[in-house]
Design a protein around this ligand. Structure first.
Ligand SMILES: C[S@@+](CC[C@H](N)C(=O)[O-])C[C@H]1O[C@@H](n2cnc3c(N)ncnc32)[C@H](O)[C@@H]1O
Length: 287
């Protein structure tokens, strides 16, 4: 793009280039976010600046953002941050971008009190960090098999002032959790996409998010089986387990909960009405 366009002209030209790839609505929304970042201006100032020329540095940054977006990089990774449950989290290509659907899991987790929480497969740390930020009396353990993801989760714990209450451990599901550790609440948003579905995902997801965060391979259910295999051992009596699920997995994951001995098994919808969270609890009289 040549130098010196107005804000309105840049947005018009950029939209004409991006819309054929991602659709007009997404293009307009993305470009406003990218231009706000490139200029450092608020959305309100940007909206009022249509006739103003873009400063040269902002123009260079905006053009670079546009080129990355045209290569189907997600906006979250271009900005290096994304919003979740009222907070901004650092995001890189080493972690899954926080999804609004996952707020249903936070809502379920916060529905009852807890003091000790474990977040298995923490990624950017959104679940553990949000839950500790919302419950200042709680402490937690966040695990992941990816060292790079754990580094981002630590950064996010620092950013939101919960690092002194959150421990981190690397490993394959329960292998990261000390034997004998018991939690009032265990949450997980594990990889759950069936391997065969990977080919159908948008380039922003398939080409830019970690494969480890998307699929456990096979039919997409093996991470739930691994989590359920150790859940009763690591839940305190009366403790709760809540996991995010993918489309159509409600019955299969609920059956795994019941087979593992969990009680009061239920399914919550997300904001769009789709089954999104399976939850259950360990009996209060368990040893
Ligand atoms: C769907 S992402 C969720 C990340 C984050 N909790 C969120 O909700 O945005 C799944 C996470 O599980 C981690 N993971 C995948 N396989 C794992 C395993 N075998 N053990 C522990 N974590 C694993 C991935 O590295 C990834 O960070």
């Amino acid at each position: 793009m040549s130098g010196g366009p107005t804000v309105a002209a840049w947005l018009r030209e950029a939209t004409a280039r991006l819309a054929p790839l991602v659709g007009p609505e997404e293009a307009r929304r993305d470009l406003r976010l990218l231009l706000a970042d490139a200029t450092g201006w608020s959305a309100a100032r940007l909206a009022a600046s249509g006739p103003d020329p873009l400063p040269a540095e902002a123009l260079a940054r905006a053009d670079s953002h546009l080129a990355r977006r045209m290569a189907r990089e997600p906006v979250s990774q271009i900005l290096g941050r994304w919003h979740f449950f009222g907070r901004d989290f650092r995001v890189t290509r080493d972690v899954l971008t926080p999804r609004p659907d996952t707020e249903a899991l936070v809502a379920r987790a916060l529905a009852e009190p807890f003091l000790r929480v474990a977040d298995l497969g923490t990624g950017s740390g959104i679940l553990a960090v949000t839950l500790l930020a919302e419950r200042p009396e709680a402490t937690g353990l966040a695990t992941d098999i990816s060292q790079a993801a754990l580094a981002i989760a630590r950064e996010n714990a620092d950013r939101h002032g919960v690092a002194d209450r959150l421990a981190f451990a690397r490993g394959d599901w329960w292998a990261a959790v000390p034997e004998g550790a018991r939690f009032d609440l265990i949450v997980s948003n594990p990889p759950y996409i069936a391997e065969a579905e990977l080919a159908t995902l948008a380039p922003e997801v398939a080409g830019h998010e970690p494969r480890l965060a998307l699929t456990p391979g096979g039919d997409g259910l093996s991470a739930y089986a691994a989590i359920l295999a150790g859940a009763m051992r690591h839940l305190a009596p009366g403790g709760r387990l809540a996991v995010e699920i993918g489309a159509g997995q409600g019955a299969a994951v609920s059956a795994l909960f019941s087979a593992a001995g969990l009680e009061a098994v239920g399914i919550d919808p997300d904001l769009t009405g789709r089954e999104r969270v399976v939850h259950g609890r360990r009996g209060a009289d368990a040893p």
